[in-house]
Design a binder for this molecule. Structure first.
Ligand code: SF4
Ligand code: SF4
Ligand code: FES
Length: 261
């Protein structure tokens, strides 16, 4: 029977970790998660790994396989060449817990900081109307399974390139789903620019390449959000309008130069 050589990261942050080799017999259709389960069942029952659905829908079996963020349950052993070593490591962008498990809880904190869906007050749901294309646009973003592979690969988060806040591609996707919802009335542009750090994204598209749901993260979420932020903050007409409004406000409250005399 054909075997694969699996190098699995073992250990925790305190004692340090290392790659441990396991030879795993291959059966047709096996995925990397099957191979990890085989290792657990044959000599390493304490190997820590997170998984739930084994159907690429729960987002919990994320890991780095040969350096690329992937779902272990969606990565077939047949994708690798005969004799190729398969290296399985935890997501490197997040704090390490043990073996293949990383602590992704920071993402849930970020999620809580995003203004939720804000429908108009006084308009009952049965009166809401919108176009099919509006539904399709936000539906793409709702396919996200929160695997955080995009967060893991993003160089801004991975290399801690900024000390300023940066929420990462997953939460630009969530923000886009809300901002582009035709019945949403909240404005998240200031938060995206300041707490969200959207300006740090330089559209490398690495996040889009690893998304198992094939969401157009950069083209369909991040770029339109950047355009909204640019419209609000850098459109000369809007800047002029803001200045005139501020001036008018000062005059009406008597706090301008003349009023203060
Ligand atoms: S496109 Fe932006 S968010 Fe996506 S990986 Fe690159 S820098 Fe990060
Ligand atoms: S946007 Fe894609 S890669 Fe990112 S968390 Fe959602 S499903 Fe995963
Ligand atoms: S086990 Fe659910 S996505 Fe892999």
């Amino acid at each position: 029977m054909r075997e694969v050589r699996l190098h699995v990261y073992r250990g925790g942050p305190e004692e340090g970790g290392a790659l441990v080799e396991y030879a795993v017999p291959v059966e047709e259709g096996m995925v990397v998660l099957d191979a990890i389960h085989w290792v657990q069942a044959h000599g390493a029952p304490d190997l820590a790994v997170r998984w739930n659905c084994k159907a690429a829908k729960c987002g919990s079996c994320s890991a780095e396989v040969n350096g690329r963020p992937r779902l272990m349950c969606k990565t077939r052993l047949s994708d690798f060449a005969d004799g190729e070593t398969i290296v399985v490591e935890p997501l490197r962008t997040f704090p390490h817990v043990r073996d293949l498990v990383a602590d992704v809880s920071w993402n849930y904190e970020v999620n809580r900081s995003i203004t939720p869906f804000t429908p108009p007050t006084g308009a009952p749901e049965e009166a809401w109307r919108w176009q099919q294309e509006d539904i399709e646009r936000v539906q793409e973003f709702r396919k996200c399974i929160e695997c955080f592979l995009c967060q893991d690969v993003c160089h801004v988060l991975r290399n801690h390139e900024t000390r300023d806040p940066f929420i990462g591609p997953r939460f630009f996707v969530r923000s886009a789903a809300l901002e582009m919802h035709p019945m949403d009335r909240a404005d998240r542009t200031r938060v995206l620019r300041e707490e969200g750090g959207i300006g740090y994204c330089n559209i490398t598209k690495c996040c889009t390449e690893v998304c198992p749901e094939h969401i157009g993260i950069t083209d369909n979420a991040i770029i339109p959000l950047k355009e909204r932020v640019a419209d609000v903050y850098y459109d000369p007409l809007r800047i002029l309008w803001r200045k005139l409004s501020a001036l008018a406000g000062r005059r009406s409250t008597g706090s301008g130069a003349g009023g203060a005399a």
